[in-house]
Design a protein around this ligand. Structure first.
Ligand code: BES
Ligand code: MN
Ligand code: ZN
Length: 533
């Protein structure tokens, strides 16, 4: 999609469709009405507001109204999109609304769209959210569809004109907001593609190839290790999980390294993603229903890859490392068995009580490896437990970790990026759940508090490093079309990780004067500003 800024009256702008976002209290209030609405209504001789009234369109969130303009406006059609109440407004509301809008304009087969940028707090923030809403909302995964070619080749939004509020001139900051919004949403859509791709096609090898291609394009350094190397690294838990599959496991390590020698010395940010390309459960086999969506079990690594793609362009003044242990979890004559004891890279031994608790095993070894680089902070993303889905549903990421500052910076990044995160406890009260009769611990505990037990298991492998674990089992998939989401993969996590990196970069730049501190972690501000969760 190509975005440009347009000046003047949006009602005159030439396009297939004009999109007008509206707040619910402001549609019929002449004083509060946006200039765009007033002008469009005037040109339509009052029919815009009259039709809205008759159709019950009040500007409520999720409401949408399409009208033909019969040549009275520059655009052939006008689409009113409800934003709900101004008091409840967040950039995410706008992002979702633009997602709905572009779905509507694509249904109308519109190639060129103009949209009035609403007057809101910070214009750059609104513009970026709008660009993201458009790009994410236009996403479709149809590369495997051979029927319905007409739908596949139908005209879609190509040119989007953003009409700036009266008196506002486009500047470099606005151009940068568009560029950032595009980068982030394109990376998110790529992550969605990786997750939506069937597991038969997206094998560990294919995932590694996709990572290599991206690294080649962006200039990131990449290292892909195979079974022999993983054996040398003594990743006994990783090897246990992969041993039932004929697909070769791949250990993927991507690095962003800043140019400045001083910046290179800073403690890195480490991102770790769960990369089980298919989770059958292994010998502790899942049910038929439970297995259907298990190509999604590499969504953590897709988010990390998507974020790295943006980070390569953001060029933060500190190193960022990404680690993924990619393999399948399959039942077979060579599969690891319930009752087996695996020896981890750290030397800790694990009794397998359920081969379906495989993610924590691979992650444990990979986290330990990541920790050897002495990162300032580790963030892992994993479709780890059904229990987290039970607790938080399909839309909220569970955030686990004991380091308040690291947790705070991740929660704030999520809030800014428009992704919902909720802090969950990592309590020692549950520790007995992982006690084994014969080994140092077992991999699966009781059902109760299952998401916490998984986090407690991971905690054994990160030492003292500030660490945040994000359980994305629920939000990695959207059960329905919603705003800019469509049914299927969401790419959740990309935006939060990018924002976390941006915040850390900004903080380091602010403290650049009193440099020398090589292990700066995102600092929590004054207690008063701390979020309650
Ligand atoms: N990949 C699953 C978790 C999952 C479930 C992700 C649903 C997305 C949607 C994970 O490997 C798993 O099977 N976890 C088990 C752990 C249990 C055996 C301790 C679970 O949650 O049931
Ligand atoms: Mn599993
Ligand atoms: Zn899994």
């Amino acid at each position: 999609m190509n975005f440009t800024f347009v000046g003047g009256d949006s009602a005159r702008a030439k396009a297939d469709v004009l999109v007008l976002p509206v707040f619910d209290t402001e549609l019929h209030d002449k004083k509060k009405q946006t200039a765009a609405i007033t002008s469009a209504d005037k040109k339509l001789k009052g029919l815009l507001l009259k039709s809205a009234e008759q159709e019950g369109f009040k500007g409520k969130n999720e409401q949408l109204l399409t009208l033909h303009t019969h040549g009275k406006l520059g655009a052939a059609r006008v689409v009113l999109v409800g934003l709900g109440s101004r008091a409840k407004f967040t950039p995410e509301v706008l992002r979702l609304a633009m997602g709905r809008a572009v779905k509507a304009t694509n249904r109308l087969r519109a190639k060129s769209v103009v949209v009035a940028v609403p007057v809101l707090g910070e214009l750059q923030t609104a513009v970026r959210a709008m660009v993201e809403g458009f790009e994410l909302g236009a996403y479709r995964f149809d590369r495997w569809r051979t029927t319905n070619k007409e739908e596949k080749n139908a005209p879609r939004a190509e040119k989007v004109g953003l009409v700036l509020p009266e008196g506002v001139k486009k500047d470099r900051a606005l151009d940068a907001a568009v560029a950032l919004g595009r980068k982030i949403s394109e990376a998110t859509n790529w992550a969605r593609d990786l997750v939506n791709e069937p597991a038969g096609a997206l094998t560990p090898t294919a995932l590694a190839e996709a990572a290599k291609k991206m690294a080649g394009e962006t200039g990131l350094t990449i290292e892909v290790l195979g079974r022999k190397d993983i054996e040398k690294l003594k990743m006994g838990m990783f090897l246990g999980v992969t041993q039932g599959s004929v697909e070769e496991p791949k250990l993927i390590h991507l690095t962003w390294s800043p140019e400045d020698a001083e910046h290179q010395k800073r403690a890195p940010l480490a991102l770790v993603g769960k990369a089980i390309t298919f989770d059958s459960g292994g010998l502790s086999l899942k049910t038929a229903d439970g297995m259907v969506d298990m190509k999604t079990d590499m969504a953590g690594s897709a988010a990390v890859l998507g974020a790295m793609r943006v980070i390569a362009e953001l060029k933060p003044p500190f190193p960022v490392h990404a680690y993924m242990g990619a393999c399948e979890n399959m039942p077979s004559g060579t599969a690891y068995r319930p009752g087996d004891v695996l020896v981890s890279r750290l030397g800790k031994t694990v009794e397998i009580t359920n081969t379906d608790a495989e993610g924590r095993l691979v992650l444990g070894d990979v986290l330990a490896w990541a920790n050897e680089q002495k990162p300032a902070m580790i963030v892992d993303l994993a479709t780890l437990t059904g229990a987290c889905m039970i607790a938080l549903g399909n839309y909220i990421v569970g955030a686990f970790g004991e380091d308040d500052q690291a947790m705070w910076s991740v929660l704030e990044a999520g809030r800014t990026a428009g992704e919902e995160l909720w802090r969950m406890p990592v309590t020692d009260l549950q520790r007995d759940a992982l006690k084994s009769d014969i080994a140092d611990m077992k991999n699966a505990g009781e059902r109760w508090g299952g998401a916490i037990n998984a986090a407690l298991f991971l905690k054994e492998f990160v030492g003292e490093t500030p660490w945040v674990h994000l359980d994305i089992a629920g939000p990695s998939q959207s059960p329905k079309d919603r705003g800019y989401h469509s049914r299927g993969a969401t790419g959740v996590g990309v935006r939060t990780l990018v924002e976390l990196t941006r915040r850390r970069a900004a903080e380091l730049e602010n403290t650049a004067a009193d440099d020398g501190d090589k292990t700066v972690v995102a600092k929590a501000p004054a207690a008063a500003k701390k979020p309650q969760r």
